[in-house]
Design a protein around this ligand. Structure first.
Ligand SMILES: [Zn+2]
Length: 286
């Protein structure tokens, strides 16, 4: 009888340790508080890179508002900020409403401690599908604990009632932008567009189906000319991507991915990123 409490307490301790283990590993990049001086450059890949001379996205501007500023993920290559501004102006003129911008990158890019594997080299950004009436309405409605609504049904097979013309046109405008390399969206959203779009459907090619991405879409910009160390992802296959590869996302295999598997070892950090991380003692918070 005496052993039982001991066993339970050991089990509880283990459960507690597991519960408290961070979902993702803490990243030293998440401690960086200041951008690096000097010219802007996207370095390395979206999922293994960093950002020199980052620009800071304002909290809001014509037709856009960024939510969750306290995350300190509002930094990007200047081309990313220009893209946001242009998208905002376009939405303001068309709808009179505000596009809600989510995470860009950290002050010097690099791996985040949560939420994303990519967003590392200042060329990735998240945009919510839901619009806001004003910057203050967006801040009030969507604190950290409250996400904008999903556009996809609970069964994942089709879009829901939140999906509409404004969302279609926002995505189309983003995908038609020459600076955009690809956009990740939920398979059900791509499917809806494959069915609804008429006329020039060329832009559908840039929409890449991916899990999640049902309340926001993820834009990846092309490597800018001022960034020779920027590494682009392999090009998207030709065609609209509305056929077999989209259909695969609705199969049992895709919808119930196997858990576990061996984690791939992290690739070595580009040397320029190592330098950017090391050379920030003055910027580090004490
Ligand atoms: Zn993203």
């Amino acid at each position: 009888m005496k052993l039982l409490p001991l066993v339970v307490s050991a089990g509880l301790r283990l459960a507690l340790v597991l519960a408290l283990a961070p979902a993702a590993q803490a990243s030293p990049w998440a401690e960086v508080r200041a951008v690096s001086p000097g010219p802007s450059a996207a370095i390395g890949e979206a999922a293994n890179g960093c950002l020199a001379g980052a620009a800071s996205l304002p909290a809001n501007g014509e037709g856009f508002v960024q939510i969750r500023r306290e995350r300190l993920r509002h930094f990007g290559h200047p081309v990313t900020l220009a893209f946001v501004r242009d998208l905002g102006v376009d939405q303001a003129q068309r709808t009179g409403r505000y596009v809600m911008i989510g995470d860009l990158s950290q002050p010097r890019g690099g791996l985040m401690s949560s939420s994303h594997r990519s967003h590392q080299n200042g060329l990735d950004l998240d945009i919510w599908f839901q619009f806001a009436d004003s910057p203050s309405q967006a801040q009030r409605a969507y604190p950290e604990s409250q996400s904008p609504p999903s556009m996809v049904r609970a069964d994942g097979l089709a879009v829901n009632g939140y999906w509409g013309r404004e969302q279609r046109l926002l995505l189309k405008r983003a995908a038609e932008d020459g600076r955009v390399e690809r956009i990740f969206v939920n398979p059900a959203i791509k499917q809806a567009l494959c069915e609804s779009e008429t006329g020039d459907r060329h832009w559908l090619r840039k929409l890449r189906p991916w899990r999640g991405h049902d309340a926001h879409f993820h834009v990846r910009l092309k490597c800018p000319q001022d960034s020779p160390a920027c590494e682009a992802q392999s090009p998207i296959a030709a065609g609209e991507g509305c056929g077999a590869d989209l259909a695969w996302w609705f199969t049992e295999e895709a919808r119930k991915p196997k858990k576990g598997g061996e984690a791939k070892p992290a690739p070595p950090m580009p040397p320029a990123c190592r330098a950017l991380l090391a050379n920030q003692d003055l910027a580090r918070k004490q």
